[in-house]
Design a protein around this ligand. Structure first.
Ligand code: TRP
Length: 366
């Protein structure tokens, strides 16, 4: 279930996934599935946030592999790369330029209060500038592409709020017109095997490429309360029931919860039910994922085409932003020109701006 204002035809969806491991059920429920569904309805930019991953990733080969994992997952979920631009964040350098500009507007006390930053530091991660400015980069992702709709898990809601805040600050400071995005939040995050948020960091995930056997074994590891048989259990708040809710209809989940609470069935049976539900729902996805993941050349083609489209949009935003902020050489005023000529000049100016830093050779945009 998601919350937020209704979707409009003119919405632009921006959504990122961090390539830190094979996608798991938490990613599936929080970002991948909602994004894939919405990408059928509105203009969408779905990207793999490799720059964000670099806050923790230290193995280049592995990072590249995980980028492909995420792209394959999006395709396996039926995202049509002709409709939605699927790209790699680091292929669109304009994002980093906007991140710097937004960083010049972001009060550090605000960033110090960001949940993700506080959580990481409280877990003993020694903070870097990259980790600290993580939300600023995320704001740049969204604003560079003119995003208005951002499907995220609950833990990312605050980052979207910060994005709105930074857009407002930019608009106020420079008389800009960056649109303010709204979050579309998957209301019930899926818990991990130990009941905490499902996260690679906690080692409590069910990856989407787990075989049926592996999946069932993981489900059996889900922590349940150890009250003696027949003692009343709080089934509603249990991890098994909360997980089941994402893969089975509400009516039958409630029945299961009641049977558990009444002591008519035990945890083992409930876990079997969950594993069965995953076999029905996730197994076909796994098989598509495995098949698609094999062809890295195809994945790379998808990423390049997506980058070209994202860059075209990013170039427009940055031309406006540069002009408002006074960055870069001024556009040659020349003779008075109409809006079409002006737009072409802007495009030309931009091609001059990024020649060396553009890692992707792009033969025209689509
Ligand atoms: N921070 C998000 C996460 O950890 C990933 C992300 C990066 C993102 N940039 C984004 C999500 C922009 C939505 C929009 O899950």
């Amino acid at each position: 279930m998601t919350s937020g204002a209704p979707i409009e035809a003119k919405d632009i969806l921006v959504s990122g996934i961090k390539p830190t491991g094979t996608p798991h059920l938490g990613n599936l429920v929080g970002m991948l599935r909602p994004s894939a569904r919405l990408a059928r309805e509105v203009t969408s930019y779905l990207f793999v946030a490799d720059l964000h991953a670099l806050t923790t990733a230290r193995d280049g080969k592995e990072l590249r592999r995980h980028v492909y994992d995420d792209v394959a997952a999006l395709l396996a979920l039926g995202v049509d790369p002709e409709r939605a631009a699927i790209f790699r964040q680091s292929d669109v350098p304009q994002i980093l330029e906007l991140a710097w500009i937004l960083g010049c507007l972001a009060p550090t006390p605000l960033l110090e209060r960001a949940h993700a930053f506080k959580a990481a530091t409280s877990e003993g991660v020694s903070p870097t500038l990259g980790l600290f400015s993580y939300p600023v980069l995320m704001a740049a992702d969204i604003l560079t592409l003119g995003g208005t709709l951002v499907p995220v898990g609950t833990d990312q809601r605050q980052h979207v709020e910060l994005t709105r805040d930074l857009a407002r600050r930019f608009n106020q400071a420079f008389a800009g017109a960056l649109p303010l995005p709204r979050a579309m939040v998957e209301s019930a995050a899926i818990p991990g095997l130990d009941g905490r948020k499902m996260s690679k960091r906690y080692g409590n995930t069910i990856p989407i490429d787990a075989t049926p056997r592996e999946r069932r074994a993981l489900v059996r590891r889900i922590v349940t309360d150890s009250s003696p048989l027949g003692a009343p259990v709080d089934a509603e708040s249990s991890t098994v029931i909360q997980m089941l809710r994402h893969f089975e209809e509400e009516g039958s989940v409630r029945e299961m919860a009641e049977s558990l609470s009444a002591g008519r069935v035990g945890w083992a049976e409930a876990k079997d039910r969950l594993a069965d539900a995953l076999d029905r729902d996730v197994e076909p996805l796994r098989q598509r994922f495995i098949a698609i993941r094999e062809d890295e050349r195809h994945l790379e083609t998808v990423l390049r085409a997506g980058a070209a489209r994202a860059q075209a949009q990013a170039a427009k935003t940055l031309a406006e932003v540069r002009s408002l902020t006074g960055l870069g050489r001024p556009l040659d005023p020349g003779p008075r020109v109409g809006p079409t000529t002006l737009a072409r000049r802007l495009d030309e100016a931009l091609t001059m701006t990024f020649p060396a830093s553009d890692p992707v050779a792009i033969g025209g945009t689509r």
